[in-house]
Design a binder for this molecule. Structure first.
Ligand code: NIG
Ligand code: FE
Length: 423
């Protein structure tokens, strides 16, 4: 099946050089004006300026099974690559949302058994089939909002059965969905109540009971730890990650969301694929990051999650210092019931521009190509490149690319194509 998309006003994120965009490179967003693009069997096979569209026998015009889409007036972008979510969960938590409005803090809600423990209780009471169907609906919802690749974490099980159940749901989503999906084991999301005073016991459970089964059934691509005061210390983070790494799981870590306690330094030491959150960074943390990129050859992927900061009402991480330090910023939704009950990447991009001072080009690159790198999916998604999946976001008629984050909250998506199919 061949599809020609013609008369595209602007084809955005066009590149054959696949590279992680660090520092100033993040602002470089290549665009072709008045373009065409050809899809064959779900893959991008050709693109260019309209005036160069050929009609020889080998080309599109004479193929049998073909269709044409007129992209007149539209911008086409690569679909969003959302590299940090927790979208398998059993129930929403709007009652805590109201508690927060009334003045209770995130930490206070967690301390009274709310937060992650509340989600874990509900998840353990919910069947695998039900969890799958809820997560399937969420995937369908985010794909209509332009997301074509997504990372999903466990971490609401906190028991051997619960964590395995979540990861099996993610495995089934991978098998059945058109989206590219990566799976992360986050058994170390918080300490279950029965291990509150026995951290060692829970770490042992993760290392000795969960990880061997996860590795045996190939249930995860990555390992994550919530490294935070009141959760897991940098030393515990290191122990758990090293155990995961012995099974081939690279770390992708929650660090410096609420406090700076050495998570950055632990992550760098572990050569984490990405360090995520980073709302609370000291100058020393930023210096550590910059040194690691220059000297230790660390990839430097820092994943920012502005909708979580927005929802929790904590200060936004200004991205400029990190960009100046040479980081490769990725943007993600953190879709979860406690701190970001939205998987809308369009809103993530708007907030990163408005609140984190990212330029629209930087935000789009961070939410596409760098997001793909943060899931090691850069050879199949993240840009308009020959050989990559035809995962395309069509905008409605808009005056400029800047208009996307500018008119935040407005649905500017006309249609989405994933693997060459309109969804
Ligand atoms: O990324 N910070 C830890 N985990 C999630 C929130 C989890 C929850 O509150 O359910 C996050 O923000
Ligand atoms: Fe998260």
């Amino acid at each position: 099946m061949t599809t020609l998309i013609s008369n595209i006003k602007k084809l955005v994120g066009v590149r054959q050089d696949n590279k992680l965009l660090r520092g100033r490179e993040l602002a470089d967003l290549p665009i072709i004006e008045n373009a065409y693009l050809i899809i064959e069997d779900g893959v991008i096979v050709e693109y260019g300026e309209m005036q160069n569209l050929k009609s020889d026998p080998d080309n599109y015009q004479d193929r049998n099974s073909k269709s044409e889409i007129n992209g007149s007036g539209q911008f086409i972008l690569p679909c969003w690559c959302d590299s940090h979510t927790h979208l398998v969960f059993a129930a929403s938590r709007e009652e805590e949302f109201v508690d927060k409005i009334k003045g209770m803090s995130y930490a206070a809600i967690a301390a009274k058994g709310g937060g992650i423990l509340n989600s874990a209780k509900k998840l353990n009471e919910t069947s695998e089939d039900r969890l799958f169907s809820l997560a399937w609906q969420r995937l369908s919802e985010i794909s209509k909002l332009g997301t074509g690749a997504v990372e999903i974490k466990s971490g609401y099980g906190l028991t051997v059965e619960g964590e395995l159940k979540m990861l099996r749901v993610i495995k089934k989503l991978k098998e059945k969905s058109n989206l590219s999906i990566r799976s992360t084991f986050l058994g170390a999301h918080t300490y279950p109540l029965e291990y509150k005073e026995n951290h060692r016991g829970y770490c042992d459970l993760i290392i000795n009971e969960m990880l061997p089964v996860i590795a045996g059934e190939k249930l995860a691509d990555y390992i994550d730890v919530f490294c935070e005061n009141g959760f897991f210390s940098p030393a515990e983070t290191e122990t758990i990650c090293r155990a995961g790494m012995s099974y081939g799981l690279k770390p992708k870590l929650h660090v410096n969301q609420l406090n700076s306690i050495g998570g950055i330094q632990a992550g760098i030491k572990l050569k984490a694929l990405s360090l995520d959150h980073l709302e609370t960074l000291t100058d020393e943390d930023i210096a550590s990051i910059s040194r690691a990129i220059d000297r230790d050859g660390w990839t430097g992927i820092c994943t920012l999650l502005p909708t979580a900061a927005f929802f929790l009402g904590i200060p936004f991480r200004h991205a400029r210092k990190l960009i100046d330090a040479g980081c490769a910023i990725a943007l993600a939704s953190d879709y979860n019931p406690g701190s970001s009950p939205s998987g809308n990447m369009n809103l993530v991009i708007a907030m990163s521009c408005i609140q984190m001072k990212m330029l629209p080009e930087e935000a789009i690159n961070a939410a596409t190509l760098n997001g793909a790198y943060a899931m090691e999916l850069q050879s199949e998604v993240g840009s308009i490149s020959v050989g990559k999946k035809a995962n395309l976001l069509f905008t409605k008629a808009i005056p400029s690319l800047d208009y996307l984050p500018y008119s935040f909250g407005t649905n500017l998506i006309d249609k989405v194509i994933i693997n060459g199919e309109i969804i």
